[in-house]
Ligand binder design. Sequence first.
Ligand code: PBG
Length: 330
Amino acid sequence: MTQSSYPSTRLRRNRKSPWARALVSENTLTAADLIWPVFVIEGQNKSEAVASMPGVFRCSIDLAVERVREAADLGIPLVALFPNTDPALRNETGSEAINANNLICRAVRAIKAGVPEIGVMCDVALDPYTSHGQDGLMEGERIVNDASLEMLVKQALVQADAGCDVIAPSDMMDGRIGAIRSAFEKAGHQDVQIMAYSAKYASGFYGPFREAVGSGGLLKGDKRTYQMDPGNTDEAMREVAMDLVEGADMVMVKPGMPYLDIVSRVKREFGVPTFAYQVSGEYAMIMAAVERGWLDPKKVIPESLLAFKRAGADGILTYFAVDMAKSLRA
Ligand code: PBG
């Protein structure tokens, strides 16, 4: 760092006009940085509002294809699909997750056929499919690790078979990246990328998402025996290191804005493609204040997203993706 002092140095000189600020700007946000999460439901021409996420809808596959077409035209490179599974199909083992013709697999096939130039990502975790809302299998009160891995591998395989480009394990079971990567090698899916939810914290900020996928009311207890303790940093580095050794192509930190220190440290220590998830609760907080007229969305949404770039993220999963891409184009 150079030593500088006033008045020979006046830092305001480089801020004096729009062109001067543009010239020295260190970080920028583009549509190519954005990953758009999309919630899908059964039916035709159906769209339902998610109450705790104003402006976010669950939609049937036909409408999802139309919306993803719009996202692709705006330059968004990747969409992340999440199913709201019919309650009648949810059970103890989450067996609908491994049905090769389930809602998510049909959505992947329809989007790959209708919008071939966009990437499609799918979550790997059992929570949209289980009657208890946990991400793994339960034995009594316990979420069991190794038996869950078998289900998660099968879930990843049906999604890859359907044409999914990027598999995103969000379940936080130990060993899942390695198990999925070796199953992919055997199945001829060696080109399917894995974006690991490596540092995923047991967070209160996922509430609105659980409403969107319909698992919130079902969930008893919490996810603290597998998702990370919000107080920990070194442990996040161990999670990332293991996921990379096991075959992850990209890693993710989640939630986003409350965990920018983790994003920054992951990027600095590993130098690998690093993503952050601006989760449902972060979206809800911003939108709640916007609806009350307390915050200006034109200012706070880009600022909240640029913060991820500044911290070192290569991209951001955000429910604002389409609106943000539109205003970047304007
Ligand atoms: C499923 C999953 C969750 C999110 C993404 N995948 C919820 C959870 O772990 O309970 C949260 C996303 C969001 O809040 O926007 N395992």
